[in-house]
Design a protein around this ligand. Structure first.
Ligand code: S3P
Length: 428
């Protein structure tokens, strides 16, 4: 599907972004491990999270999808049963890696695969620690890619020093740790997003965090509970950046998750001179939430690198759009992980923005943008990557002429109503 974006006069309005993708996945998975009923409000009905629902059902868990909410009914982690067929995680790295942790703990055989993009992504990073815990797990390409074949059960707790700051790796080990006796520990080079830890506590597990070190105690008595999912800050960020770069715009986003392990892009945008205000800060289901307002701003280039990278990794494509409109140079470094996302997002950003007339130079671990040039519309290949399609659409709002986004249906992965919402707040 192709979608055409034309420049807008301005943007005005309130957008309730859909539920957080990372938290929606975890709510279903932990609901599947808990005894009783877990009621999830504001669940993200995007393709990735529906992959997690499909897998939970294949393991014998009852998952009821209703308008705006999901109910998970389970008899606990020992009630999961061997799937009859190959499990398909679709495009979702979170589904595959976190489910690998759960499957490693279960005393049965399973095979998990995904689409062509997911089958190219690195899985050795979860195979290694799960094998060290005692799971028999193998994969394609010398145990580094899916499909993965897993014979789980009989795990022992380990202390694992992860070479990457990855919430998916950390969560896979912590979830496998639930099936072990005693304490499982993960130590990361930099702390990654901590939604698994927060939700585990919410459902009754013992989890302790100290800096980059997280410990979970095995065989917890997890109990189903109500989980309200905050709005997804990664989705909100497309509208925030749009509100900053379009003249005389004001965009208000109520109920967005502002977990400090996810708000790196807000810090960077403020550093660039953005008029962004957070109000009504509160907590729901153990996660911080706020209303966010963005207004048109004069932006200046900045440096993005070091320990902040895991806190904004998914926002780099849209931050690059902000940088393209900012005065001066923006350098993104230490972001080599971007090459392992749904597509190689360094190459994709350089290609899409380069074709729109941005002065951008590729580096091994990031890129350099010399901002301030007028953008021009053109044909953008989303490469099937939802965040690339949405970032290109935001750039198209301020480009000369029409921007054609190829493969635009990939927004269904995380934000099915994205284009309708964008058009709803656009003043043409
Ligand atoms: C996610 C973790 C991050 C992020 C991804 C979602 C999660 O990936 O990029 O979109 O839900 O745990 P890594 O764990 O690979 O850093």
């Amino acid at each position: 599907m192709e979608t055409r974006i034309r420049p807008v006069k301005t943007l005005h309005g309130e957008v309730r972004v859909p539920g957080d993708k990372s938290i929606s996945h975890r709510a279903v998975m932990l609901g599947a491990l808990a005894h009783g009923e877990t009621e999830i409000e504001n669940f993200l009905f995007g393709e990735d999270c529906l992959s997690t629902v499909r897998l939970a059902r294949a393991l014998g868990v009852k998952v009821i999808l209703e308008e705006g909410r999901v109910v998970v009914q389970s008899e606990g982690m020992d009630a999961l049963r061997e799937p009859e067929d190959v499990l398909d995680a679709g495009n979702s790295g979170t589904t595959m890696r976190l489910m690998a942790g759960i499957l490693a703990g279960c005393p049965f055989f399973s095979v998990i695969t995904g689409d062509a993009s997911l089958r190219r992504r690195p899985m050795g990073r979860v195979i290694k620690p799960l094998a060290a815990m005692g799971a028999r797990i193998t994969g394609r390409c010398g145990n580094s890619c899916a499909p993965l074949a897993i014979r789980g059960g009989g795990l022992r707790a380990i202390e694992y020093a992860s070479p990457v700051a990855s919430a998916q790796v950390k969560s896979a080990v912590l979830l496998a740790g639930l099936f072990c006796e005693g304490r499982t520990v993960v130590i990361e080079p930099t702390r990654s997003r901590d939604h698994t830890e927060r939700l585990l506590r919410h459902l009754g597990a013992r989890v302790e965090t100290e800096g980059e070190r997280v410990a979970v105690w095995g065989r917890p008595n997890l109990r189903g509970a109500k989980i309200a999912v905050p709005g997804d800050i990664s989705s909100a960020m497309f509208f925030l950046v749009a509100g900053l770069i379009v003249p005389e715009a004001e965009v208000i986003l109520p109920g967005v998750g502002v977990n400090p392990t996810r708000t790196g892009a807000l810090d960077i945008l403020k550093q660039m001179g953005a008029d962004i205000v957070l109000t009504n800060e509160r907590e729901i289901s153990g996660e911080p939430v706020a209303d966010i307002r963005a207004r048109s701003s004069r932006l200046a280039g900045t440096e993005i690198g070091g320990d902040i990278i895991p806190y904004l990794i998914d926002e780099i494509p849209v931050l690059a759009v902000a940088a393209a409109l900012a005065e001066g140079e923006t350098v993104v470094r230490d972001a080599g992980e971007l090459r392992h996302k749904e597509t190689d997002r360094i190459a994709a950003v350089v290609d899409v923005l380069g074709k729109m007339g941005v002065n951008i130079e590729e580096r091994a671990d990031g890129f350099v943008i010399r901002g301030g040039r007028k953008l021009r519309g053109g044909v953008c290949d989303s490469r099937g990557d939802h965040r690339m399609a949405m970032a290109a659409a935001v750039a198209g709002l301020v480009a000369e002429g029409e921007t054609v986004i190829q493969g635009a249906e990939c927004v269904n992965i995380s934000y099915p109503a994205f284009f309708d919402t964008l058009s709803y707040i656009s003043v043409k």
